[in-house]
Design a protein. Sequence first.
Lengths: 348, 1001
Amino acid sequence: MNSGDAAGSSSGGSGDAGAPRRASRKPKYSKFTQQELPACKPILTPKWVISVFLLVGVIFVPIGVASLLASNKVVEIVDRYDDACVPSNVTNKLAYIQNSTISKTCRRTLKVPKDMKQPIFVYYQLNNFYQNHRRYVKSRNDQQLRDASKANETTLCDPEKTRDGMAIVPCGLIAWSTFNDTYTFQHNTNNLSIDKTDISWKSDRDHKFGSDVFPKNFQKGPLIGGKTLNESIPLSEQEDLIVWMRTAALPTFRKLYGRIYVDLKENDTITVTLDNNYNTYSFDGKKSLVLSTSTWLGGKNDFLGLAYLTVGGLCFFLAFAFTLLYLIKPRKLGDNNYLSWNRNSAGH
Amino acid sequence: MKRFVYINDESYQNDYCDNQISNTKYTLWNFLPKNLWEQFRRFMNQYFLLIACLQLWSLITPVNPASTWGPLIVIFAVSATKEAWDDYNRYISDKQANEKKVWIVKNGARKHIQAQDIRVGNIVWIRENEEVPCDLVLTGTSEPQGICHVETAALDGEIDLKTRVIPTTCIGLDSEQLHKIKGVIECPIPDKDIRRFDANIRLFPPFIDNDICPLTINNTLLQSCYLRNTEWACGVAVYTGNETKLGMSRGVPEPKLTAMDAMIDKLTGAIFLFQLAVVVVLGSAGNVWKDTEARKQWYVKYDDDEPWYQILVIPLRFELLCSIMIPISIKVSLDFVKSMYAKFIDWDEEIYDQETDTPAHAANTAISEDLGQVEYILTDKTGTLTENKMIFRRCCIAGTLYGNESGDALKDIELLNAVADNSPHVIKFLTVMALCNTVIPIKSPSGTISYKAQSQDEDALVNAASNLHVVLVSKNGNNAEIHFNRRVIQYEILDILEFTSDRKRMSIVISDSQSGKIFLLSKGADEAILPLAYCGQQIKTFVDAVDKYAQLGLRTLCLGWRELSLEEYLEWSRLFKEANSALVDREWKVAEVCQKLEHTLDILGISAIEDRLQDGVPETIEILRQSGINFWMLTGDKQSTAIQIALLCNLISSEPKGQLLYINGKTEDEVARSLERVLLTMRITSSEPKELAFVVDGWALEIILTRYKEAFTELAVLSKTAICCRVTPSQKAQLVKLLKSCDYRTLAIGDGGNDVRMIQQAHIGVGISGREGLQAARAADYSIGKFRFLKRLILVHGRYSYNRTAFLSQYSFYKSLLICFIQILFSFVSGIAGTSLFNSVSLMAYNVFYTSIPVLTTVLDKDLSEKTVTQNPEILLYCQAGRLLNPSTFAGWFGRSLYHAIVVFLITIHAYANEKSEMEELSMVALSGSIWLQAFVVTLEMSSFTFLQFLAIWGNFAAFYVINLCISTIPTAGMYTIMFRLCRQPSYWITMLVSITIMFF
């Protein structure tokens, strides 16, 4: 293509090959085109590597200690009640839980192991419950939840779309299976009030669930999944539903039930009266009630602390090992004798 | 098949196409279907289309179909736009050529029309410095001798002027008659051979006799040539439009695939199989889990009776989930970096040749990596290793050697005296030097004479003769004028017996205008001329001189002459004319006839021409051999000269360090024995540190290549160096093919038309834009100005390209596998149902944006400085052996991605357990973990950092946060507020920090 241009220009012009303004075809110089941009070339010398490992160790061990301390400061009461709340004479737990005529009230006594400062978070914990199942996690319609005018929008909600030809609000498996155990607490002998407001994300209440969207045709089918909703309360105020619909990514998860704004003392006893309604018996799921305080790092979780201590320790060990290696068998940097072809010729 | 062209007769003109040139590939209508069809011929594109189509089924798609359709459409649009743009440019340049105004003769009058309206049979008028619009048969020129000069550079790259003559029947027609001329031209159907045109012309009465007159390529003006030094010329259009010689020779060259591309394709295939395996295993596991566990989970509400295709749903979901294993961005990324490599070559100042004003050029932008993996270099000698700047140095005339002491015959007093004394042998010798050629003297207005020659040897000889006072002053048609010591001697050139590579000689028949005597002047290779000496002539001194000169690395030519009797000439002339008008096998018939005249020559002497080595050739060869590249020299020159040059440029070492093994022989048996012997020696001494090389000549090679190919292949593998002399262009190509068949990466470098086939055959063709024209450079993948630039081309550009592509391609797989493994791991905690952890936007952005941009700056990465590489060329062995991209390095990256995926996933699910395990948050934590890891892996893998790299890596990192924070402000987005929440949590940052430290271990 170049030569074509050159030929074209020479014929178009005067045709004189020796025209004075014949530019040189020399490439223009620039640092970029010559691949000569200034560059820093860090070389991982032993000193660098050892310092980096030391530095990481020095940073990580304190963070690890701090995280562990934070985690240890958390006081947590976990009470698994799914087995205990079924009367011992019941053999078929599934039939028991599905029988709506029996009262399933159950009483549990919890002992406070250590002083607990308010606010105390009340969670319910489910194990072996797959809120992240492909079929389950997609079964909702965000438009319908947000907008009253989109009440008939039920795509993706299979198989909980309509009841007798009418759109279910809120539709979908997730809403249908909302957790419906309830708890009331007594501290020593006094009633312990539990604050169930503000347990969901504010952003969800404001933007994801409409304040003019009311439940319709909900839980009217032959098979009742979970919680029934009061049809006169808009979705944005149905906080238990909103919490439930923030699906968990793991099969073991806790969801906020409420908060207690009372300090608890060590060895206090708390009596919990609970309605054991939610069916986890068909799939061997566990249900637990969790009371927990919180720190800057969140709830009780030793993992990060341990991970940091391990990494920090490992870094110290490696720094030490490399230092030893460096002192015992030092290698000159940039020694050409170590190059494979030089080694080979020496070996022969 | 023949074509009959009726001159200036409109009733026959519609049989052939008009002169509309079309180089475009598409039209407005067929662009979309044709372009899509071409793009979908690639396996990868078919794969992506299949995935994209599967995603339209909402039951199985884990993410929004847009996440695949988006990138797919973008990638297709980019390729299509590039194609369309190229095609549009071709269309514009075609249009310009088509609408150019030209003069043609219509109804006896000249008319100005557009070039595209020229029809076969039209008479076209061209003025000086105009381009020829189609293939013409010359019928008239402004010059009274019926000649004109053309520049054929656009056609064959040769820069000298060529003389074209009008057919004899048309000689003498004036401009008036040329308007009315009628006749018929019988010519072959269009072909692409620009050196042949075997046709006849017959003019109709009243124009002279209706005798058939032969036409050759010398009677034509081919499309794209320029008319020079001639006021006007006219001719009959014989081939038009895309049927011209130029149009026919325009072909789409076979796309070359680099070793790396092949490896990447292979690895892609392996990943595809791996993906299928994952799909089968997880798909069946998912179905089993569904039937055993999921049915108990009332909240999932599986129906009891399902349609039959339900069994396919989970495997297909996994197929889609795993489809990102094959990165959709890799093709675009590779195309981008490859074109950057090519640009860097074009831009490189250090491989710009000051002397000839030639920058290096990468015509093929896709094969730079192969440069770094070259194992064999096959090089031409003349013009490639040497300068091809011929200087007459010595000569041997009638047994006397001139120029021995000073090394320059032109300064040899003895020779100057002999010229002054009118020594008859010397004068004859000089006359042959001045006349026996196809040189065109051009007299400038100031009176100085310059020569335009096709062959550098002829140029040297004519110049030397003029320095010795035998000056070729002018050559007008058949008349040549020589000035000798202020005497003017006129000769008429009767016939030219052209040089061909088979004949290895050329001759010319002249008659002295004064005496009327007819002479045959011949010059050629010694073995083509010496056997033709008359009986009894002592040729021993000449043979000795040839040997002597060859050992000095000089090129020798043998000059001879003979006086012809008029009868002999006339008799022969008739045969010659007959042969020349043959339509079939013309070349062979002409050669046959020529042989009838070229005998019993009086050998006048030997000329020795020096062809100096180019600068830096020995050093370049030395360094490239250190880096493990084997050199084969393929030359048309004779054995002794070739060996001499090879010694001079470090290709071979003299005894005792090196040893040359000769394969020669005239018969099959001799050659076989010789080959056997050489092979035996090779096998025995291959372990010794002795530099062995074998030498073979074209004759023996022909026998070997047809009969003993296997033994020769073994020899080729054993021998690091070879010299093949007297080889033809097709043998050169055969040798390349042989080495290619042994799985070696070959690079062929040459400068002349005889190297074109080898250049096209080799994995990499390098052309030197030299004195023999641009033919080689044009056919080549890379063109450079000097041989020594090869060092930088291979060691710097080739090596960097290889390293960069190795990193880029493996990294592309690594990052795709990483995200895919996280998805797979997540499926184990989500009931093996094929849930996607990441949302569609993130997945798409991850693949085509977050992880593709930073790694593109690998085109700036330099692991070692250019200086270090040139000082330790052995480092190239790593590239040659493919140490940076092979199944085991790939397995390393594979393992790395698995390891990183497991760690990121485990850290995420443990740090974000229990009350924090919200889907959107956890997904974002895992994604951020991967992005952090990416930034550090790229940083760790690159060796040098310019500000652009910093910008790309950390800018991209910042962009990740900016983009996700922006998305987090959209209330309708799934991840509304998520990123703000995360950024406020100390545990998020602590998790990120621990994720990146894992790459230390």
